[in-house]
Design a protein around this ligand. Structure first.
Ligand code: HEC
Length: 160
């Protein structure tokens, strides 16, 4: 009977270990969950700004005429070359008359998309409706040009 116990323990340990390892390796994200985090659990309006990109500033196409990009603490403390997992950058995009048009978000999720810096992309309307989410080619097409700075425009770890 002893050996059976041993075998069972090994199997159980393996299954549990494997389950945990899987969790470690890659995580998933959804636009709805992310909205809950940035609007309720850790409201983005309480985050900070990248140095030199504080408050409302003029944006470039395709983002709003005016933008304001908030960065959570994990992202602000990043030393490079990449942002740590858990970094979230939430950018408000305003119309020329300063009404909020959209919120565009980048969220660093372990294993989400290794070909694209593991960034999860999302676009929200001001009421939190998810308009686009995931591996959005359109976002990557531009942001990939900033690959040396982990796909981020408003802050540089190194010059390109
Ligand atoms: C045509 C190029 C282009 C495309 C397409 C684009 N972006 Fe950007 N993005 C920029 C530029 C340039 C900035 C710097 C801020 C600015 O000037 O608006 C920026 C800034 C950002 C930021 C603030 C962090 C940073 O990189 O500085 C977020 C978040 C963001 N974009 C999300 C998105 C999402 C989500 C999409 C797709 C729906 C997207 N972007 C598509 C060019 C682009």
């Amino acid at each position: 009977m002893k050996w059976l116990c041993l075998v069972m323990s090994v199997i159980v340990a393996f299954v549990i270990g494997y389950g945990c390892a899987e969790k470690e390796q890659s995580q998933t994200a959804t636009g709805t969950d992310l909205w809950k985090v940035i609007s309720q659990e850790k409201p983005y309006t309480e985050w900070g700004f990248f140095q030199g990109a504080e408050g409302v500033m003029e944006g470039k196409a395709p983002h709003g005429k005016f933008i304001r990009a908030f960065v959570n603490r994990v992202g602000l403390e990043a030393q490079g070359p990449n942002y740590p997992y858990g970094t979230i950058i939430g950018k408000e995009n305003f119309m020329p008359d300063t009404t909020l048009a959209k919120l565009t978000v980048m969220y660093k999720v372990k294993g989400f998309n290794p070909d694209g810096g593991d960034w999860f992309w999302a676009v929200y309307s001001p009421d939190g409706t998810v308009e686009m989410e995931g591996k959005i080619d359109n976002c990557l097409a531009c942001h990939r040009l900033r690959k040396a700075n982990d796909y981020v425009y408003l802050h540089s770890f190194k010059s390109e």
